[in-house]
Design a binder for this molecule. Structure first.
Ligand code: ARG
Length: 250
């Protein structure tokens, strides 16, 4: 009798444990993205966060067997949300840089990019160096901001910083700045979607190649490994290429 009761009790405890572990497996990873960066991340009419980055991370999550939830998060302070624990992952067209690597961990690269200059159609600017003493718009704290700091000096008052790249481009249209320096994919997308905007782009061979990575809190090896495995899997089975094609053509 006692023995049977014990077994029954043990069974209940075991069932509880199993339930607890399965509940834990359903953890939802919180993902930060600055959704004002089409085609990588933006909000549609229904306020859903959509874009290349979302498709990539969703495909990775499916392979890795993890659940994710995207939350629109301002670019300024986006990395700090990893340390506060508000977010577990940042995917936001983030360039992997040596400085950023000191404060967070990055996945393997998933996209190659470069800075691109946007100017008015009648502008005489022909190369990056021509912007040395001109008002240039950038998104605060981006690699575009860093590039212009290198050209003009960190304290230059001609660097006009905006909280989003579309705001910087709008200011270019308004004549408040003479140029905008930002990631090529976003500038090209903006021009394609604003056909009436009298802008043109200028490439400069001096800009270095950049690689986007998915960021996690420094030391979160477990999650990083899942992401890297998922990324390798979607690269291997062609699903990455399919997503790439959807947004960028061949
Ligand atoms: N690739 C650039 C950087 O890492 C710009 C990224 C901005 N991303 C965004 N979603 N606003 O600095």
């Amino acid at each position: 009798m006692i023995r049977r009761q014990f077994i029954a009790a043990a069974g209940t405890v075991l069932a509880g444990l199993l339930f607890a572990t399965s509940a834990q497996a359903a953890k939802v990873y919180q993902v930060a993205t600055d959704a004002a960066y089409a085609p990588f991340e933006s909000q549609n009419e229904k306020k859903e966060i959509v874009g290349f980055d979302m498709d990539v991370l969703k495909a990775i999550a499916a392979k890795a067997g993890i659940e994710i939830k995207f939350t629109n998060t301002p670019w300024e302070g986006i990395f700090a949300t990893l340390n506060t624990g508000e977010r577990d992952i940042v995917i936001s067209a983030v360039t992997i840089t040596p400085e950023r690597k000191q404060s967070m961990d990055f996945s393997e690269p998933y996209f190659e990019a470069k800075q691109l200059i946007a100017v008015g159609q009648s502008s005489k600017v022909a190369k990056f160096d021509d912007l040395k003493t001109k008002k240039v718009g950038v998104q605060t704290g981006t690699t575009g901001d860093e590039a212009v700091q290198k050209l003009q000096g960190k304290t230059s008052s001609n660097i006009k910083r905006y909280e989003s790249t579309p705001l910087a481009l709008k200011e270019l249209l308004n004549g408040g700045v003479e140029a905008v320096v930002a990631d090529n994919g976003v500038v090209i997308n903006y021009l394609a979607n604003n056909k009436g905007a009298k802008l043109k782009t200028i490439e400069d061979a001096g800009f270095e190649k950049e690689f986007y990575g998915i960021a996690v809190k420094k030391g979160n090896k477990e999650l990083l490994e899942k992401i890297n495995k998922g990324l390798a899997a979607i690269k291997a089975d062609g699903s990455y290429d399919k997503i790439h094609k959807k947004y960028f053509g061949k």
